[in-house]
Ligand binder design. Structure first.
Ligand SMILES: Nc1nc2c(c(=O)[nH]1)N[C@H]1C(S)=C(S)[C@@H](COP(=O)(O)OP(=O)(O)OC[C@H]3O[C@@H](n4cnc5c(=O)[nH]c(N)nc54)[C@H](O)[C@@H]3O)O[C@H]1N2
Ligand SMILES: Nc1nc2c(c(=O)[nH]1)N[C@H]1C(S)=C(S)[C@@H](COP(=O)(O)OP(=O)(O)OC[C@H]3O[C@@H](n4cnc5c(=O)[nH]c(N)nc54)[C@H](O)[C@@H]3O)O[C@H]1N2
Ligand code: SF4
Ligand SMILES: [Mo]
Length: 712
């Protein structure tokens, strides 16, 4: 029996875990009380890591589909087969790649997803970012010059927070690495501070807030613009120390003229006086932070709304300031200022619909267009890596039909699920306990500068292949080096190249090539910590509270914060047109439950037991108007589809809005998910519309789908 300290890889909170390991099993999971960052916090998902890890439905061997049946294969066979089959696709653009959420949670993804995409050399790359946070990347790209410079609320030192379209008490935070969100909000209130939540639903976060502002879905952009309007109208603009780093802020005033509180009140459902008071609260707090998430990004005006969030932080002088929103400085990042090259989109455009490339990818919603539409460059082969597009993308019926029609498909995934059942080859990744962990992505969003590395709690079994090796191997296959290239030799070359580039003469240490790469990054990083130090500190190292980073962080051509980027300003007329077109129909929004993780953790018994989680929330007034009853089934119809779902009547949801979580619908044939199948739920993305996107970022509109609801 051993105790092992590690980091939970399941969500962005990166909680420290204390695992009890007996033989090759995790027998107990607790929050690691000595973890400097999470201080023992744990949620039901983290607590079930042992069960998830030992899930008998997890695949242990690669599968190859022959004559419609999956058969177990050796790793050598699987890689050789992929190498052989790819010869049928000489046009690189005919091979697409879809990268899903878990890719950001692994060392494999953090270190090798970029090289893998590069090696494939296809323009048809899609990721879950365009059903999620892409508006944020585009907005910060335009304003600060770098797509990863997303500032995060410094919750531990703030006095006031305005939260829009996020339920961090359930999601545990997103684009915001903040273990124990509830505890930190409680501390804020104990300090005499307060927070306001804007949401059409009384979420767990809204219920704990000092004020819950109920809003009509998809209309946060108007509320945010009205708040900016009010800062100018009430003479509340105060840039404090930011003044010297920004372009002319007075021009913003002209852009928001049409968005007075009165003008937006009806469309948003938020009274003009409430908006005025919110503006005053925000401006009068010594230290305040505005934070917007899913309800402000997967909507029609996601990029403009994201711009407005940061603009509010800037006009109140709260960007880059303790207690406002700040930029973390990851230990593995490059030291010192970089070149100001700025940011742009549309270096190339998608074949079928002409969508501009954003961050080297196309909107996930257009993957199906590229598969379905014949002609030169048509996608005929697909690699899905840690993604479940069959459930997670809008208009899922169309997605599933498209996946079924591919000539060749490979999935890097531990499960035979709704997506991977369509694959010709499944390359299973090892369970969390068998892999080393370091958060390349989330240290960028963390509310303190921290750093931690954990080796696998249990060694990988003989004959199994780590995900880092799967990525590396696929990259060599894509590069034409074949299925059996010497990975160690290639890695040594890569490391030597990097050493030269960084001008270092020390030899990076570590047992694996990834450890050596990480050691090199860390020792040349801003704190100069080494892998050795991290191994000696299994609970992580606290590098202190966030510190100001202006102007070093900026990568704009002007060297200033671009307050009114042209592409974003050019979208304002579209916003105005929408303001003048009232929305009166019933609309559907999403939600998350503490015990879920998108589509893939419903195979863990403890997480699905009890009352069904996949229900349609309906306001009592709407229910009686529509003749719908609690506990009965309703039929919900949208432009793209029709479903039947269990109804929960509750005044937690605003009138005119219904809410349903995503990631359900596990009753499809050909999967191996025995528990999830028993708790199948219904796939909400059979209703969401693949034709609706935020054009600046290519992000799908997943909130605010017009629906009709009748008794089933
Ligand atoms: N209607 C609606 N739809 C939504 C959303 C919504 O709010 N509403 N949210 C959207 C958001 S924010 C996101 S991020 C997407 C998520 O969309 P996806 O990333 O496509 O889907 P996930 O459900 O996260 O599926 C993750 C997949 O990775 C596999 N997996 C698990 N662990 C590993 C691992 O260690 N390695 C590898 N290689 N694979 C692994 C799982 O088996 C599963 O197949 O869904 C989006 N879809
Ligand atoms: N437990 C759990 N945690 C998760 C996940 C999970 O599936 N389960 N998924 C992870 C992923 S991939 C992500 S991206 C994050 C997302 O993290 P969050 O953004 O915190 O996600 P949600 O919990 O879906 O909260 C979104 C809230 O927005 C509200 N909303 C919907 N439409 C609108 C609107 O138009 N305006 C406003 N103001 N509000 C609106 C919904 O009612 C909901 O309460 O969560 C991550 N963490
Ligand atoms: S909050 Fe996230 S990181 Fe923490 S235990 Fe839960 S799933 Fe894991
Ligand atoms: Mo996400």
């Amino acid at each position: 029996m051993r105790t092992v300290f590690t980091t939970c890889p399941l969500c962005e909170a990166t909680c420290g875990l204390e695992l009890t390991v007996e033989g090759d099993r995790i027998t107990k999971v607790r929050g690691d009380r000595e973890d400097d960052f999470s201080k023992g916090f744990i949620c039901p998902k983290g607590a079930s890591l042992g069960t998830l890890d030992a899930d008998p439905d997890r695949l242990a061997q690669p599968l190859i589909k022959r004559d419609g049946e999956f058969q177990e294969a050796t790793w050598d066979e699987a890689f050789a087969y992929i190498d052989e089959r790819l010869k049928d696709f000489p046009d690189r653009n005919s091979i697409a790649m879809y990268l899903g959420n878990p890719v950001v949670h692994s060392l494999a993804g953090g270190l090798y997803a970029g090289p893998l995409r590069k090696a494939l050399g296809s323009r048809n790359v899609f990721t879950a970012s365009t059903v999620d946070q892409m508006p944020k990347h585009v907005q910060v790209g335009h304003m600060y010059g770098s797509i990863f410079s997303i500032p995060v609320p410094d919750i531990d030192r703030t006095d006031f927070m305005l939260v829009l379209g996020a339920d961090p008490f359930s999601s545990n935070g997103s684009l915001w690495t903040v273990p124990d969100v509830p505890g930190r909000f409680k501390d804020l209130q104990k300090r005499g501070g307060s927070f306001v939540v804007v949401d059409p639903r009384r979420s767990r976060t809204a219920a704990a807030a000092d004020q819950h502002v109920v809003i009509r879905p998809g209309t946060d952009v108007f509320l945010l613009l009205a708040l900016i309007h009010e800062l100018f109208a009430q003479d509340l603009v105060d840039l404090r120390e930011l003044a010297e780093h920004v372009t002319d802020h007075s021009v913003i005033r002209e852009h928001v003229v049409p968005f007075s509180p009165e003008a937006v009140a009806e469309r948003t459902g938020v009274a003009a006086d409430t908006i005025r008071e919110l503006a005053r609260k925000l401006a009068s707090a010594d230290r305040a932070a505005v934070y917007g998430r899913i309800g402000t990004t997967t909507v029609e005006f996601g990029t403009v709304a994201s711009w407005a969030v940061d603009t509010l932080n800037i006009l109140t002088g709260n960007l880059d300031r303790a207690g406002g929103v700040m930029w973390p400085l990851p230990a593995h990042s490059k030291r010192g200022p970089g070149k100001g090259k700025g940011f742009g989109v549309g270096r190339w455009h998608s074949r079928v619909k002409g969508h501009p490339e954003v961050m080297g990818e196309y909107p996930a919603v257009t993957m199906v267009d590229e598969i379905e539409t014949p002609g030169e460059g048509q996608v005929r082969a697909l690699f899905t890596i840690g993604g479940n597009p069959a459930l997670s993308l809008p208009n899922s019926a169309r997605v599933n039909a498209a996946l079924a029609g591919l000539d060749f498909m490979v999935s890097v995934d531990p499960y035979l699920n709704e997506t991977t059942r369509h694959a010709d080859v499944i390359l299973p990744t090892p369970p969390p306990s068998r892999r080393d962990h370091y958060d390349i992505a989330f240290l960028n969003n963390s509310v303190r500068n921290v750093v931690k590395y954990s080796r696998a709690a249990i060694p990988l079994e003989e004959g199994r292949v780590d995900e880092t090796d799967i990525f590396f191997r696929l990259a060599t296959i894509f590069s034409g080096l074949g299925p059996s290239a010497d990975l160690d030799a290639l890695a040594a070359m890569q490391l030597a190249g990097l050493k030269q580039q960084l001008g270092v003469d020390f030899e990076p240490e570590g047992e694996t090539r990834e450890e050596r790469l990480l050691d090199l990054k860390l020792r040349t990083g801003p704190y100069g910590v080494s892998l050795r130090q991290l191994l000696d500190n299994p609970h992580g190292i606290d590098l202190g509270p966030l510190t100001p980073r202006l102007p070093e962080i900026l990568r704009t051509v002007s060297g200033r914060i671009e307050l009114t980027p042209q592409p974003i300003m050019d979208d304002l007329p579209r916003v105005l047109r929408s303001l003048e077109t009232p929305e009166t129909e019933l609309v559907l929004v999403g939600r998350r439950h503490l015990r879920t993780n998108n589509s893939w953790m419903h195979n863990v018994p403890a997480l699905v037991k009890g009352k069904p989680l996949c229900t349609l929330l309906v306001n009592p007034g709407d229910a009686s108007r529509l003749g719908i009853e609690d506990g009965k089934t309703a039929q919900v119809t949208s432009r793209v589809g029709k479903i039947e779902v269990l109804v929960e009547v509750t005044d937690d949801i605003a009138p005119g809005v219904v809410s349903m979580p995503h990631g359900w619908g596990h009753d499809l044939p050909g999967t191996q998910l025995s528990v999830a199948r028993e708790h199948a739920g219904v796939n909400v993305n059979l209703l969401t519309d693949d034709l609706r996107i935020d054009p600046l970022s290519g992000t799908a509109v997943l909130n605010g789908t017009r629906v009709q609801v009748v008794p089933a």
